[in-house]
Unconditional design. Sequence first.
Length: 286
Amino acid sequence: MDASSRIAQEWLTIGELAEATGVAAATLRAWEARHDFPRAQRTPRGHRRYARAEIEVVRDVVRLREDGLQLENAVALAQEARTQPPAAVYPEIVRRHPAERTQQLRKLSLLGLSWAIEDEVAASGAQGHLFGAFQQWRNFASARARWDELARTARSTHVFALDGEVATSDALHAVHLEPDAPMVREWTVVHDSPELAVALAAWELPGQSGLPDRERVFESVWTLDPAAVRDAARLCASVAAGRGDTDARDLLQGALAGSPSPSGASPGTATRLAQRALAYVEAGHR
């Protein structure tokens, strides 16, 4: 394969970048002239070609501009995040989607909400990309049977926890985290598909070593917004790719690279999730 053919397969034209990001080609040219962004390679004939990774950087600039930042500052922040990719889900979802409400939940309530999401995924028949963060592999052990069943029909399944022993399968990818990884403190359930987009992300508050296990408190956010769910899925896949998972890297460049379906979930999904979660919490109190 010659160089021009490789460029055609691996790189985007300015029109393709404009279509993927919603930013007009003329605007992209103006940004490049003023701020050297987005950075283009040139073909022998002088045509611009952009790496696919530039899609996310341009989208980040757009989000930051919508938050009120000047273009110069938005470009600088987006490019800095590119060189130091986020290593946790909860803070990035809160930062990127400030309209999503956060709340403090005890572990018992998080269990109920997580089980409700898992039930909804199974009942919907949606075949999406599934991610779960369990902090410790012993936490995953009690959920293993449920996640093996979910993985059987999911397009991909990745689970995260502090480095340790866990049996994996072709359908379920285990991602081992280092002790200092920010995601070790997180509790995450994400399912991304056109039929059902749902994400729960939570961060354990510090200083709770003396509390009973199920009384531990997490700051949490859960959402059915397809854009927020897609961001959560990309963040999980980015952490997995950083740990050497080639399938996660392929997801970032393929299934999770484009814009999500605007539908995401049926109108009754939020009600069903709330009802299921409440039933689990009430059962846990008895």
